[in-house]
Design a protein around this ligand. Sequence first.
Ligand code: TAP
Length: 453
Amino acid sequence: MSEFTVLNPATERPVTTVAEAGAEETDAAIARAVTAQQAWRAVAPGDRAALLRRFAAAVDTHISELADLEVAGSGHPLGQATWEAGHVRDVLLYYSATPERLIGKQIPVPGGLNVTFHEPVGVVGLIVPWNFPMPIFSWGMAPALASGNTVVAKPAQLTPLTAIRIAELALEAGLPEGVLQVLPGRGSVVGQRLVDHPQVRKIVFTGSTEVGSEVMAGCARHIKRVTLELGGKSANIVFADSDLERAAATAPYAVFDNAGQDCCARSRILVQRSVLDRFMELLESAVKNVAVGDPAEPGTEMGPLISAAHRQHVASYVPGDAPVAFRGSAPDGPGFWFPPTVLAPVGADYPAYTEEVFGPVVTVTPFEDEADAVAIANDTPYGLSGSIWTSDVGRAIRVSRAVETGTLSVNSHSSVRYWTPFGGFKQSGLGRELGPDAPDAFTETKNVFIATD
Ligand code: TAP
């Protein structure tokens, strides 16, 4: 098997090398997953739940190790990476309740009754992007396993380390061989094979809208179930009647967290014109206070971008004549650094306003009234996330209903909670992850008639 090197994005130095799976290894992993699934689905619900709790406990005792791996392999700040490892534990614990709650219905019909069962779909292929290697891995993996499926996961080439370690922890916790496998390799090889292989019955894909569309077409050829979590261009809508200080203080974290490499990034700030000047003053000091630097330092809030190629892509949205209002700081020297950057004023024809930058670049655009704010927010093919800042409860609800997006927050900059459904409208995706209904996406409903006459 050939190998590839994982680089530390903060130093550009190699962290380690990883064996690269090809199509043959993928087929072998799928075959193991098919065999393992027969036994895994037959594990008594309480025992499957107990195994998932042991898996969560194993993650819990390795949080620091997993966080260090994510700092080195992905450039995530230590505090964030520690939270992410804890999140994997929490998601496993949340879905460890699933096996004992896969409850069907009893439906009275003439001549007998019908009962429904939730049957696992079989082998699930999980394709994970590089931006949140641990959380996104857990969102598909935990409900899939809990529902009696086996999982073959392909982490991103750039960031495979934590998923590899988590799969080892699953084995150490007692999950049988073949139930959870992680196959580092190229998307065009391993990912494509998961999509094309007839014995993979469901794909969970998180990544770009372009690749997602190809994945969906591939799944269509097999009538394969698919969940897509794709790109975003979310709005942070600030009304004049809001707590402007809070809106401005949190706006940088709504877009610059994870160096802006966040599908939920509120990368378009829309501000009611009457408070624009005051908001910009407040935003400037907030942006300049973002602690950008060595991700291994506990106080760091923003680390580097993932790669040199990605930094070049992000930089292309800030050409020499870009309307830069102000910028934060970034270290010099090695590392794929890019400073938090605010562009204003920006019109609807500007690339950083229309396209997903996936970096620490935000645009600020004024609006006149509520209708204008909603129209601007919806003027995008995406619809993943967003925030609304207002002190008027009626307006908060009206605008929440009017903005075409899957996950919104009112007077808050954060979106994703594992207790609630997460996913996008329009080109941001298909289906929902997380929340109590997530296991439905990993089971088929079987309906059985029992004659009583
Ligand atoms: P992509 O380039 O789309 O890659 C995502 C994953 O798909 C990677 O593991 C990639 O493998 C794999 N892949 C590439 N080509 C494939 C193919 N032909 N068949 C199957 N798999 C293939 O995205 P990215 O650059 O990693 O991530 C950034 C994008 O993800 C952004 O658009 C962002 O908004 C989106 N995202 C969305 C969400 C949610 S929840 N909506 C969350 C995070 C990120 P490689 O290892 O070879 O790259």
